[in-house]
Design a protein around this ligand. Structure first.
Ligand code: TQI
Ligand code: ZN
Ligand code: ZN
Length: 169
């Protein structure tokens, strides 16, 4: 079953369009941005929310960055595997990915070794769930179930994810 953060934080009802931006120094390719676009789309299909990429990082609701080790928010990344990404509860909007992971993008290795590859879209769909206010689910097969294996692709929202997000929005 789905869960929420303590006190059930959510984006305010007045904000049905959430903007997102990428950390400019990451200089991400169109392929990488496309992965996030598709991940956001999965959540917008089942909610009244829409997501729009904007250039101005500082003004975006959701701030996406690939960062490594200690990056100033008290939640350092740890190199290959271990923690892959984290996102904070609404309305914080920080969505960070570990820059040292071997990210798998559309079936291609962005960098590094296939042995510890992690599918970016799968992680993005999960973290967007956190950005929107979902905690973890006890339902195996839900996007918000807290397990993923190396190279696994899991991007389709389960009924449990949809029921959870529709209770918030
Ligand atoms: N990062 C954890 C996660 O996103 C961070 C975390 C732990 C967390 N507890 C939390 C975030 C509670 C919000 C609320 O779950 S992770 C998975 C999964 C991670 C894990 O790097 O371990 C995915 C990132 F679900 F597979 F285990 C993405 Cl998909
Ligand atoms: Zn961080
Ligand atoms: Zn999680």
């Amino acid at each position: 079953h789905y869960s929420f953060f303590p006190n059930r934080p959510r984006w305010p009802p007045s904000k049905s369009e959430l903007t997102y931006a990428f950390l400019p120094e990451n200089e991400l390719s169109g392929a990488v941005r496309g992965v996030f676009g598709r991940a956001f789309e999965r959540w917008s299909e089942v909610t009244p929310l829409t997501f729009r990429e904007v250039a101005a990082f500082g003004r975006a609701d959701i701030k996406i960055g690939f960062l490594s080790r200690d990056h100033g928010d008290g939640e350092p990344f740890d190199g290959v595997l271990g923690t892959l990404a984290h996102a904070f509860s609404p309305p914080n909007g920080r969505f960070h990915l570990d820059g040292e992971e071997n990210w798998l993008i559309d079936g291609n290795f962005l960098n590094g070794s296939p042995r510890s590859a992690v599918d970016l879209e799968s992680v993005a769909v999960h973290e967007i769930g956190h950005v929107l206010g979902l905690g973890h689910s006890s339902v195996e097969g839900a996007i918000m179930y807290p397990t993923i294996s190396s190279g696994q692709r899991k991007v389709e929202l389960a009924n449990d994810d949809i029921m959870g997000v529709q209770e918030l929005y």
